[in-house]
Ligand binder design. Sequence first.
Ligand SMILES: [Zn+2]
Length: 144
Amino acid sequence: MQHDCLFCKIASGALPCHKIHEDAHILAFLDLHPIRAGHALVIPKAHFTWFEDLPQDLAARVTFCAQKIARAQKLIYQVPRVSMFFTGIHVPHAHAHVVPMHHMHDVTSAAYLQDGPGAFSAPPRADAQELVDIANTISEHLIN
Ligand SMILES: [Zn+2]
């Protein structure tokens, strides 16, 4: 654990999150600034800055969990596709974004350029009670 890392603090339970899934190796929770409702993050509990440095078994666990979340999101939101991606922009702890896609440009750059091409405009922070409800709904829809 890195003491100055936000996601290490969440993984250890020192900071709260809207949890979707947790096991000994990984944690999945809702992004506070969702691109779309249900936007989830999947992280390894161990600190790795870059996804390409994850051991193979840990990378597979992150991907498998994201697949389960994607199936739940498709069911809940009735979307044709779910996007999974690693950006490494805001928190230096490898995390996969899992986003239900209502529009083909939900995760493309034009939506994040309101502050100019050198900046990044995050979506607005979601309502706390809405995040609680969504985390519960996705958790209940996770199937192996
Ligand atoms: Zn960390």
